[in-house]
Design a protein around this ligand. Structure first.
Ligand code: SF4
Length: 480
């Protein structure tokens, strides 16, 4: 395979979330960096926070290669789409975007177009056959190779690197903060996933689980504090299975210990994390959260279904009783005000009406603050696609999804009512979307709080007395 750089095999042997509605495809465009570098990078990120965090790593790698980022697609020398493959809809969105980019490429034939992320990893070189304008296909573990691949494309070839790695964590790369409000930042602590949920492509598109060096995570958080950031979100597909050991084996760090290390950096640094897994979240993590005021009292705990037979078919490795016991542990150790959000799938293979009712009853029992809700979308190559029939009619999937959304909206509204009449410590992130006279931030429970700005500004911690709770946010006034 002379000219084309193809490595197809596994080296050695997968969001504002509106309480209720299915969130729109979240797209972020990189802000401009003007350092006089001769080439311009335009990067769009789709899907989960891991992808946004990866786009910051990619921008850093290319920054060192002479690329400034631009927000203007038309000005770009290199256009990169960091893609998501979690549902068919996510891939359709990318294909539509590529057809729009095609008109820019026609006007600027020198423009290079590349696809990154999970869809690139799933399709590999087939992407080049299916989308002729694409020059570059790079999987989530091959971003260090981007400079070489771009040189290949500059030489007139197509380039693909979809090697998955067992140890790549990009620990030594300082991300270029994209779309940053200068207050909150994502910090990736691990990559890949060893769970094999039968509906999920992530283990195939992001590879096996590996935890990042705890010291490099701490250092990245210290650097962020030094730059004035006030909140970090520790990211992983399943943060609870984080475990790192030093090469000499003298140091072992699990997730609870990592949380404590980051919380101790500064009491002014808020710490959040996502995503937890019901089978791995430990009481040790919950007690650690309870010991530090600056570890936010919010847990994203995907259930996916409320029925044990369906959870078994999903290979979630826990049943309804186990999940309930974990929720009770959260309530017991962190109190009823600790916020819990979740992911729910409606219409999974062979799901009966009664089993759907179990999902509704779980939502009713937990009273989630927020949820990401979707109907089952069969993903090629997954266990479910290979072993189970996608037999629930689309209209039934959609009707069940709407019932889940309607019930969740009631739960979110009720949870927001419980926040009324109390004072919340809010970290100001920005002006409210609707008025420059109001500021917007979040409390420890990750609820959005909006209040008149007075003399406060971005980055301030403000005590806000909440007088109103809506379905999606809290309204209040600053109190001294
Ligand atoms: S835990 Fe399951 S759903 Fe989540 S990324 Fe891993 S395989 Fe996918």
């Amino acid at each position: 395979m002379s000219q084309q750089l193809f490595t197809l095999d596994y080296l050695d042997t997968p969001p504002t979330a509106v309480a209720g509605a299915e969130p729109a495809q979240d797209v972020r465009v990189s802000p401009a960096t003007r350092t006089g570098r001769q080439r311009k990078l335009y990067i769009e990120s789709y899907g989960c926070q891991m992808n946004f965090s990866d786009s910051e790593i990619v921008s850093s790698i290319l920054f060192d290669e002479g690329f400034d980022t631009t927000e203007q697609l038309a000005d770009a020398d290199l256009v990169l789409l960091n893609t998501c493959s979690i549902r068919e809809k996510a891939e359709q969105t990318v294909r539509m975007r590529l057809s729009q980019i095609n008109s820019h490429k026609k006007r600027n034939p020198g423009m290079l177009v590349g696809v990154l992320g999970c869809m690139a990893e799933r399709l590999k070189s087939k992407f080049l056959e299916e989308e002729k304008l694409v020059d570059l296909v790079v999987g989530p573990d091959a971003y260090r190779d981007l400079p070489n691949l771009i040189r290949e494309v500059d030489g007139g070839q197509k380039a693909v690197n979809v090697l998955l790695s067992r140890d790549e964590t990009y620990a030594d790369i300082t991300p270029v903060r994209l779309n940053s409000n200068g207050i909150t930042a994502f910090v990736s602590i691990m990559r890949g996933c060893d769970n094999m949920c039968s509906f999920c492509v992530v283990p195939f598109t992001r590879g096996r689980e590996r935890s990042r060096d705890a010291h490099s995570i701490e250092q990245e958080c210290r650097d962020l504090v030094a730059q004035g950031y006030k909140e970090v979100t520790l990211l992983g597909q399943n943060v609870d299975s984080y475990k790192w050991a030093s090469e000499d084996g003298t140091e072992h760090v699990n997730f609870a210990q990592l949380l404590e290390r980051v919380a101790r950096i500064s009491p002014e640094l808020r710490v959040r994390f996502s995503t937890s897994h019901p089978k791995d979240i430990t009481d040790e993590v919950l007690y650690t959260m309870g010991r530090y005021e600056n570890i936010c009292k919010y847990i994203h705990l995907p259930a996916q279904s409320g029925n044990s037979r369906i959870l078994k078919l999903m290979n979630r490795t826990y049943d309804r009783a186990w999940y309930e016991e974990r929720v009770q542990a959260i309530r017991r150790i962190l109190g009823p005000e600790c916020a819990i959000s979740t992911d729910m799938i409606s219409g999974f293979c062979s799901e009966t009406e009664e089993e759907h009712q179990d999902t509704l009853s779980l939502i009713d029992w937990v009273q989630y603050d927020m949820a990401y809700m979707f109907f089952y979308s069969e993903r090629p190559g997954t266990l479910a696609a290979r072993k189970l029939e996608d037999d629930i009619p689309l209209d039934v999937k959609k009707r069940r999804l709407q019932e889940i959304i309607d019930l969740q909206q009631k739960s979110s509204f009720a949870r927001n009512q419980q926040a009324v009449g109390k004072v919340h410590r809010v970290l100001v992130e920005n002006f409210s979307k609707r008025s420059q006279e109001h500021l917007s931030g979040r409390n420890s429970q990750n609820q959005v709080v909006i209040f008149p700005k007075k003399h406060y500004k971005k980055g301030d911690y403000v005590n806000v007395f909440v007088h109103t709770g809506t379905g999606g946010s809290l309204l209040g006034d600053a109190v001294e």
